[in-house]
Design a protein around this ligand. Sequence first.
Ligand code: 5U9
Length: 130
Amino acid sequence: EKQEEDTLRELRLFLRSLTDRLVQDRRFKAFTKPVDKDQVPDYHSVVQHPMDLSTMLSKIDQQKYLTVKDYLHDVDLIWNNALHYNPDNDPYDRQIRHRAYALRDMVHGIIKAELEEDVERNCELIKEAR
Ligand SMILES: CC(=O)c1csc(NC(=O)C2C[NH2+]C2)n1
């Protein structure tokens, strides 16, 4: 009903605002768009479940995220994929892993600082009831 739609809309507004800040952050440029098969030919043989910030923005609009937990699942995919594809001790791999950790920690920090606790609790109840 009405208040359920209000709660889900508040979640979408929060997730869009959060994702936009990540997209604007130059550290996270490598995570903003799907990896291009032509530029990184072996990427999709190594990474089974690719994820990126532009895909996440589309999923917000398609109402694919009913809870913050669903959104965090995709943030963890970006993070884990980066660690998995960049395991070496060379400067580039280390830099992209560092940025993946920075992305994950920034997301958790913003959620803790800015999302009212009961919004997530209400979203999880709405999701269960559907
Ligand atoms: C998105 C992502 O994690 C990504 C894109 S390119 C890349 N890594 C490289 O190009 C090589 C440096 N060692 C592998 N990682």
